[in-house]
Design a protein around this ligand. Sequence first.
Ligand code: UDP
Ligand code: MG
Length: 314
Amino acid sequence: MADTLYLVVPCYNEEQVLPETSKRLTQKLQTMIDSGTVHAQSRILLVNDGSRDRTWEMICELHAQNPLISGLKLSRNKGHQNALLAGLMTAMPLCDMAISLDADLQDDVDVIDGFVAEYYNGCDVVYGVRNKRDTDTVFKRTTAVGFYKFMKALGVDIVENHADYRLMSKRALQGLSEFTEVNLFLRGIVPLIGYKSAVVKYDRHERFAGESKYPLKKMLAFAFDGITSFSVKPIRIITTLGFVIFAISMLALVYALIVWLMGKTVAGWTTLVGSIWMIGGIQLLCLGVIGEYIGKIYGEVKRRPRYIIEDFLQ
Ligand code: UDP
Ligand code: MG
C-alpha cells in the first residue's frame, strides 16, 4: 500500500501564480496517485499566510473544483517559516510524508519523484539542493555564499544551498513538533532532528509571475535570525575581544606610567581621543549584540503562538 503525501505550499499574495501552480502540482500528484506511487488520499495543502489580495478566495475556489486541493488559512501574515510550520503541523496527522515548496514554482516540481524515491529508500528527511544559482542576482548569490560560510564557521550544521524545498516523514515531522522555539529557522532545526537523510539536486527556475516576497530587508532579518538563534559564538567573540583590549590597555597604562615617572609628559591628545572613541564604539557594538540575544530571550519567554489557524478546508 502506497503512503500518503502532502505537498505544503505557503502562499502570500500569490494570486498571479496560484492557477498555474495548482495546475502543475495537481498534474504531478495525480500522475503519482495513478501510478500507485502515493496513496489516493494525498493532497496539495495551500497555506494562505494572511494575503492581502485574492489568494484565499482563489484557494477556496480551487478547493471546491479540485478534490486534491486543501486550504489552510492563517489568521494574519506570520511569515514564510511560520506559514510553512502551520502547514506541516496540520498535515502531520494526515500524511506519511510531507514536501514543502514555494508557490512560485522556482523549485522544480519533477524533483518530487526523486524525493519520494528516497523516502521509500528509508530516508526520513530529503533535502532539495540547488545545482546552480544563475537565476538569482549576483548580489543574492554572493550574500548567500557568505551566509552559508559564516554559519558553517559558527559551527551550525546547515545544508548548503538548500532552501525550504524538502521532504519530511511523519516521524521527522513529529520530531519537528517538539521544537517549540518562537524564532523559527527551519533550515537550522531540521538537521537537528536527526534520522537518515538524503540530498536531491535540482535547478532552480526563475519566479514565473509576481515578485519576490523576500526583499533585502526581510532577507537580512532572516539571516540575522538564523545566526542568533543557533549560536552564542558572537557573545564569546565579544568576551575574547574584551579581554584582548583590556590586556592592551593595561600594557599601555604601564607604558604611560613609565613615561610619566621619567618626567617626559607626552602630548598624547590624538591617542587619547582616538582610544576613547574606539573603546566607546566597541562597547556600543557589544551592547548591541548582547541586546539582540536578550531581545531573543524576551521573544521566547513570552511563548506566543507562532500562528493561529482561522480556517481549514480539508
Ligand atoms: N511567503 C509567505 N509569507 C511571507 C512571505 C513569503 O508565505 O510573509 C511565501 C511565498 O508566497 C512563497 C514562499 O514563501 O511561496 C517564498 O517566497 P518568495 O518566492 O517570495 O521568496 P524568494 O524565492 O524570492 O526567496
Ligand atoms: Mg521564490
